[in-house]
Design a protein around this ligand. Structure first.
Ligand code: IMP
Ligand code: MG
Length: 178
């Protein structure tokens, strides 16, 4: 259990909103001619980011979700990606943006990119709210998102959709525990 008073703020609600808006504006420019943009959020962590991002994107877009989890305990991931629901409509010809909460070891991102390559989309890009490049495992050093809101140091963060043992996703800011 973590008490709210032990959480240090890393990004405030206002800082998050500003950066999400900037990213949405970049995406709106890049996809201005797209007829079939679809944002695919990775549950559960990315749902808050996706909901703010989609409302700031000025291009018409659809949304879908997939659900993955990496067997985790506390703040350490076992390294295995478990797919819990990959049910999606036909993505043939669509411009897909995968929306993730955070890239850490890079295993989930690799799994996602490999999976979406089999789905006949016209284009596939990866957007992430956070990236911890220093945590990338050696074999996945090349994994990088096309759109990143914030690169952060090796800290375990929570809030704004991200959890610690399934809690604290509701915090409007992103924080860490010392
Ligand atoms: P991966 O190691 O890159 O596969 O990271 C997979 C997942 O671990 C992310 O999508 C998050 O759900 C979770 N994760 C990694 N770092 C953090 C963190 O600092 N806070 C909360 N969840 C995290
Ligand atoms: Mg995640």
């Amino acid at each position: 259990m973590i008490a709210k008073s032990d959480i240090q703020i890393l990004y405030s609600e206002q800082e998050l909103a500003l950066r999400v808006k900037e990213l949405a504006s970049q995406i709106s420019t890049d996809y201005k001619d797209s007829k079939d943009l679809i944002l695919i959020g990775v549950l559960k962590g990315a749902f808050v980011f996706l909901s703010d991002l989609m409302r700031e994107i000025s291009v018409d877009c659809q949304i879908e979700f997939i659900r993955l989890s990496s067997y985790e305990q506390g703040t350490t991931s076992s390294g295995k990606v478990k797919s819990m629901d990959l049910t999606l409509p036909d993505l043939t010809g669509k411009d897909v943006i995968i929306v993730e909460d955070i890239i850490d070891s890079g295993r989930t991102a690799k799994f996602l990119v490999d999976f979406f390559k089999t789905q006949n989309a016209r284009t596939i890009k990866l957007a992430t709210l956070f990236d911890k490049p220093s945590r990338r495992i050696d074999e996945l050093k090349e994994i990088k998102a096309d759109y990143t809101c914030f690169e952060i140091e090796d800290k375990f963060i929570l809030g704004y959709g991200l959890d610690f043992e399934q809690k604290h996703r509701d915090l409007p800011y992103v924080g860490y525990i010392e």
